[in-house]
Ligand binder design. Structure first.
Ligand SMILES: [Zn+2]
Length: 246
């Protein structure tokens, strides 16, 4: 009983009456080109994968009842606009959608919510931050220094779009969605994305990512993905406990 949309209305009505505090997770992604080897929905897959794991890990918890909301599959994704398959929504649309969903839940006594995001384009992150502030819900910020330090070497370098970090996570859950033959042939592309963005580059091509990836996809393994999912789940469980006590 951890998938919110699989509950019936009476089951939801009973949530707040139970001994456990309901905490809802909202996975957020983007429909965005992830190299020639990985799926457009990579970010949503990662967000949903860590939410499901956190809910499973806390399934028997005496204090919190974790439920995973239907994922928000669309995000602000302008950097990849030159590549087929990028589907962007406006920052205001994203902010309004997150605020509306959270307020609707809060109106039913289900306002303990954590927004879980794995698409790090600045305009997208900014819209989410504005939304969580407005709605008064929590945001798991994977770009916080303390969190970055617990993730992989490639993630820490900032040269990581559809590289070893993200591709490994996809391999852990949906290996059939990665074109392994193409992946193995991809050379490493080093792009300091935070620096490129501060320098004003606002699309992948201008950053030197002419195939919509950077990092080392060829080094990706399902094993690394599993271990990264464990860490991401640790981080999420920590914030869930905090929200549950609030
Ligand atoms: Zn991604």
């Amino acid at each position: 009983m951890t998938v919110f949309a699989e509950l019936s209305s009476p089951q939801v009505a009973e949530l707040s009456a139970g001994p456990r505090t309901p905490v809802l997770l909202l996975p957020v992604g983007a429909v965005e080109p992830h190299g020639p080897h990985a799926p457009l929905g990579t970010d949503e897959l990662i967000s949903a994968g860590m939410c499901t794991r956190a809910a499973d890990r806390l399934a028997g918890d005496p204090d919190v009842h974790v439920l995973v909301l239907p994922a928000l599959a669309y995000g602000v994704t302008n950097f990849g606009a030159a590549f087929a398959g990028a589907v962007s929504i406006g920052a205001d649309t994203l902010r309004a959608l997150v605020v509306d969903v959270c307020r609707s839940l809060a109106g039913q006594g289900l306002g303990r919510i954590v927004v879980v995001n794995n698409h790090f384009e600045p305009a997208h992150v900014k819209a989410l931050r504005a939304a969580v502030d407005e709605a008064g819900v929590a945001y798991l910020d994977l770009l916080r220094r303390a969190n970055v330090a617990r993730l992989t070497d490639e993630f820490r370098t900032g040269s990581c779009h559809a590289g070893q970090y993200e591709t490994s996570l996809v391999l852990a859950d949906r290996p059939e969605l990665v074109d392994a033959a193409v992946m193995r042939e991809l050379p490493e592309v080093t792009v300091d994305m935070p620096a490129a963005m501060s320098a004003g580059h606002a699309d992948f091509a201008a950053m030197g990512m002419d195939r919509a990836y950077c990092g080392s996809p060829a080094g990706a393994t399902a094993g690394e993905g599993k271990s990264t999912f464990d860490t991401l789940t640790d981080l999420l469980v920590e914030i869930v406990r905090k929200v549950g006590r609030s």
